[in-house]
Design a protein around this ligand. Structure first.
Ligand SMILES: O=C[C@H](O)COP(=O)(O)O
Length: 250
């Protein structure tokens, strides 16, 4: 089994001064028992790579273009992220899907580009509150998964993050039973494609993960880590989440 993954998505937060949080995280958790990933704004990746040095923290982008280079003003490519020091990239976050109207086809193309650049793609899926209320959660997630995982995806180069849209940044989380239902469904869907190796693809839960709820979420079957937004910005919050996942890995 691959190591569990505590991933922090800083979203559009963080300036050079925020790099101090990495020092604090390394100081408090020099040898985490799980893999740790920080996805800062792209402007900070190179500086952060220098700061992280040989410490066990991976870096990732929050999005990439589907092309490796070209006339795409304002975009960033997967090879550029790799060049800056990233080894991961998030694709298909619900904020990208909503703000930039990204479709499953777009997300699959971005994940394909990430794989071609040697990056691990963190591919996000998740239902809206209206879809959950309508009883459509598994159908929506199944369709997003099928449409967003390109043919290049393997358990080694891809991670799937389940993020209910209504739980992001709201302080609300699904029940543990609801998280378990979706993660079990995702694993079963992956098993249809990856057969004996589906257990090797890490499934992250994301949406209002905090130090106070991390341990109970990490105890749910088929939860292999978390994609954390707000609570990843401060080492004092993210550190205990890393520690909780490390304890769940033991
Ligand atoms: O990518 C992270 C998620 O959108 C979760 O964000 P949050 O932890 O602030 O709810």
């Amino acid at each position: 089994m691959p190591r569990k993954l505590a991933a922090g998505n800083w979203k559009m937060n963080g300036m050079a001064a925020s790099l101090a949080e990495i020092d604090a995280l390394v100081k408090a958790h020099p040898s985490p028992a799980c893999e740790v990933l920080i996805c800062p704004p792209a402007t900070l990746i190179a500086q952060m790579a220098w700061k992280v040095g040989k410490n066990p923290i991976a870096l990732g982008g929050q999005d990439c273009h589907s092309e490796a280079s070209g006339a795409h003003t304002g975009d960033i490519s997967a090879p550029m992220l790799a060049d800056a020091g990233a080894s991961y990239v998030i694709v298909g976050h619900s904020e990208r899907r909503a703000d930039h109207r990204e479709t499953d086809v777009d997300v699959a193309a971005k994940a394909r580009a990430a794989h071609a650049a040697g990056l691990t793609a963190v591919i996000c899926v998740g239902e809206t509150e209206a879809q959950r209320d309508a009883g459509e959660t598994l159908a929506i997630i199944g369709a997003q998964l099928a449409g967003s995982l390109p043919e290049s995806a393997t358990p080694a180069n891809s991670v799937v993050a389940y993020e209910p849209v209504w739980a992001i940044g709201t302080g609300r989380t699904p029940t543990l039973e609801q998280i378990g239902e979706v993660h079990g469904f995702l694993r079963a869907e992956l098993a249809k494609r990856f057969e004996g190796t589906a257990a090797d693809m890490r499934l992250l839960y994301g949406g209002s993960v905090k130090p106070s709820n991390a341990a109970e979420i990490f105890a749910v079957a088929d939860v292999d880590g978390a994609l954390v937004g707000g609570a990843s910005l401060k080492a004092d919050d993210f550190g205990p989440i890393v520690a909780a996942l490390g304890a769940a890995s033991a």
